[in-house]
Design a protein around this ligand. Structure first.
Ligand code: SF4
Length: 225
């Protein structure tokens, strides 16, 4: 049994939960640079590292409590986000707010929300691997600065990017994974749930798993103080 599996077992998280670490991503950008918040925000705002800079209205850096325990990560800005410069606005944003509320959370209060890509792919097409490789270091640095207790990835692309594996949401759900050593839980993207109402029940299961995992992490922390 590996150290992390042992840790999970000690936390009482159960043997069926698998925790897997994502391999290091090869990417340019801020890799190796310990940028602070202001410098990182400026770097993203001026970024031209991939072609998406030429079609964006504005970059979408992320929003919320910069010391949050919870980090929610989606795929990329859509039209509303591109116009407003904030992640998860519009109908998908309202659903995410309701998902947060269902587990006692509120946008901006102990919660940070970001995307893998900081610029909108034209026509909301899927992100290209080269775009993800260029942009992912920004998210990596955000995670280093926030140091959340738990990450919830929203949708297939966020999960695949953070976990470094080409797997389906269905196969990744129900397990506790890891990104940079931080527990990570996979669920559906709110925009997908708006189109696929039956899967809302599965998303609720994922949120319950996330809430339970956070409670277990907090209990573990208080027990070691
Ligand atoms: Fe830069 Fe990311 Fe925007 Fe590409 S998507 S231009 S890497 S900020």
């Amino acid at each position: 049994m590996g150290r992390r599996e042992l840790y999970l077992t000690e936390m009482g998280l159960g043997p069926v939960w698998r925790l897997r670490s994502a391999p290091a991503q090869a990417a340019e950008g801020v890799r190796g640079e310990a940028l602070g918040w202001n410098e990182l925000k400026s770097r993203v705002a001026a970024c031209t590292a991939c072609e998406l800079h030429s079609t964006r209205t504005r970059t979408v850096f992320g929003v919320g409590d910069e010391n949050a325990d919870w980090l929610f990560v989606g795929e990329a800005p859509g039209a509303d986000e591109d116009a407003q410069g904030e992640p998860f606005v519009g109908q998908a944003g309202k659903l995410l707010d309701n998902m947060l509320k269902s587990i006692g959370l509120k946008r901006g209060e102990n919660v940070y929300i970001a995307n893998v890509l900081k610029c909108r792919p034209p026509g909301n097409r899927n992100p290209l691997p080269a775009e993800v490789a260029k942009c992912e270091p920004y998210l990596r640095r955000q995670v280093e600065l926030i140091r959340p207790k738990l990450i919830v990835s929203l949708g297939k692309f966020a999960a695949q990017t953070l976990l470094g594996q080409d797997a389906t949401i269905a196969s990744l759900r129900g397990s506790v994974h890891a990104y940079q050593g931080i527990p990570l839980i996979v669920t559906y993207h709110p925009a997908y749930l708006l189109r696929t109402l039956p899967d809302k029940a599965k998303a609720w299961e994922d949120l319950c798993l996330a809430k339970q995992t956070m409670q277990d992490l907090c209990s573990e922390n208080s027990a070691t103080i």
